[in-house]
Ligand binder design. Structure first.
Ligand SMILES: NC(=O)c1ccc[n+]([C@@H]2O[C@H](COP(=O)([O-])OP(=O)(O)OC[C@H]3O[C@@H](n4cnc5c(N)ncnc54)[C@H](O)[C@@H]3O)[C@@H](O)[C@H]2O)c1
Length: 353
């Protein structure tokens, strides 16, 4: 990443709130969206952080997403709820969805919230963190616009939809979070490689003629590949079934591209499942066993080239420690884009090139 400067989390959140308010989001919605966007940067998941703000703003401006949606929950059973996101930014529906899901799980042991009529919800870990803080294990699924080919196909059809699972550990700030795109690499990282002439590993993408490439620019204009061949391809298809078909959202290649298609609502779907950790034993027994597993894993002989073994979510926690002390790194390209937003909306900017 080409580094220009580090910024304080609070100044990035305030800038994001101010921009979102200028395009009409109310105080609650702008704060919710801003905090979730910047949380991704804080955890080092910069591909889903403030770099995406210009595109979210554009969706609002073009009216392909609603400014302040009217969310509607429909009770299906005591522990299942169906949420209509009213085409607001995905962060708004997903944030309300996970809070509902946790409260259903607290009352009934398990909660399920299906969401339709949403948009790109950013980093899935955001919602897992809420569940983990509330002593729940959770799965969070979303579908996404077409980017990956089904196994054996040469055309993108399903999304890079992340598989996301989380649960608490002893350290409430460091939950187990497995949050991974079904692509070999997040599209934002591919874009960055394209813009900066960075070589990528073979296997991440094909060029537009279907040949394997390690050239970032050729990969960006070609086809991204799922991780693990048919396994990642199968997961991204599964995500379209559980988060798209099942929830009543768009599916089968119909989710509009968040970045390039402003012709109408994306109608993204999400599915959230929360389970209380104390269903079959006490919460403290669950945590003890999680900690035991982590300790045992860390004692294992390390593979060549590895100094430490981490549990999923730990690398991002380590990023957070550095970023909260030193500030959040932004690339020159991102700073330039944000500076353009600050000029366009006359918002005070912390960015100086
Ligand atoms: N909303 C959407 O449509 C969408 C689509 C794609 C991706 N995303 C988001 O993109 C983000 C990035 O996804 P990604 O696949 O590039 O993530 P990644 O490859 O950086 O990490 C994937 C997982 O591996 C774990 N991990 C990384 N290094 C590890 C190590 N050394 N040891 C043990 N575990 C390790 C991480 O904690 C994480 O859980 C995610 O937050 C995802 O939700 C969102």
């Amino acid at each position: 990443m080409t580094i220009k400067k580090r910024y304080k989390k609070s100044e990035l959140i305030q800038f994001t709130i101010n921009v979102l308010k200028k395009v009409g989001l109310n105080k609650l919605n702008s704060t919710t969206v801003a905090e979730l966007i910047i949380r991704a940067d804080e955890r080092g998941v910069w591909s889903h952080g403030i770099v995406r703000l210009p595109v979210y703003v554009k969706r609002i401006e073009k009216r392909s997403a609603k400014i302040n949606p009217s969310l509607k929950f429909k009770k299906i059973t005591n522990n299942i709820s169906h949420l209509s996101g009213d085409n607001g930014l995905g962060y708004i529906a997903a944030s309300a969805g996970i809070n509902k899901c946790v409260s259903l799980a607290k009352k009934n042991g398990i909660g399920l919230v299906a969401i339709k009529g949403s948009n790109h919800f950013g980093m899935a870990a955001n919602y897992l963190e809420v569940a983990a803080k509330n002593k729940c294990m959770a799965w969070v699924f979303t579908n996404a616009s077409k980017a990956l080919p089904p196994h054996g196909a040469m055309a993108p059809f399903f999304g890079t939809s992340p598989f996301a699972f989380g649960c608490p550990t002893k350290n409430i700030k460091k939950p187990f979070i497995l949050d991974m795109a079904s692509s070999s690499v997040a599209r934002g990282k591919l874009k960055f490689a394209a813009q900066n002439n960075i070589k990528i590993p073979f296997g991440y993408a094909l060029d537009k003629f279907g040949k394997p490439t390690n050239d970032g620019a050729k990969a960006f204009e070609g086809i991204m590949l799922p991780f693990g061949g048919m396994k990642g391809a199968g997961l991204s298809w599964m995500m379209d079934i559980v988060a798209g078909i099942f929830t009543g959202a768009n599916h089968s290649g119909k989710v509009k591209n968040a970045i390039s298609d402003f012709s109408g609502a994306s109608n993204v779907g999400h599915l959230m499942i929360c389970l209380r950790t104390d269903l079959f034993q006490s919460h403290s027994s669950f945590i003890k066993k999680i900690e035991f597993g982590i300790k045992e894993v860390k004692k294992l002989k390390k593979a060549k080239g590895f100094k430490k073994i981490f549990h999923p979510g730990e690398p991002e926690f380590n990023n957070e420690i550095v970023n909260s002390k030193k500030g959040i790194l932004l690339s020159i390209d991102t700073i330039k884009e944000l500076e353009k937003l600050s000029i366009k909306y006359n918002v005070k900017s912390p960015f100086k090139i």
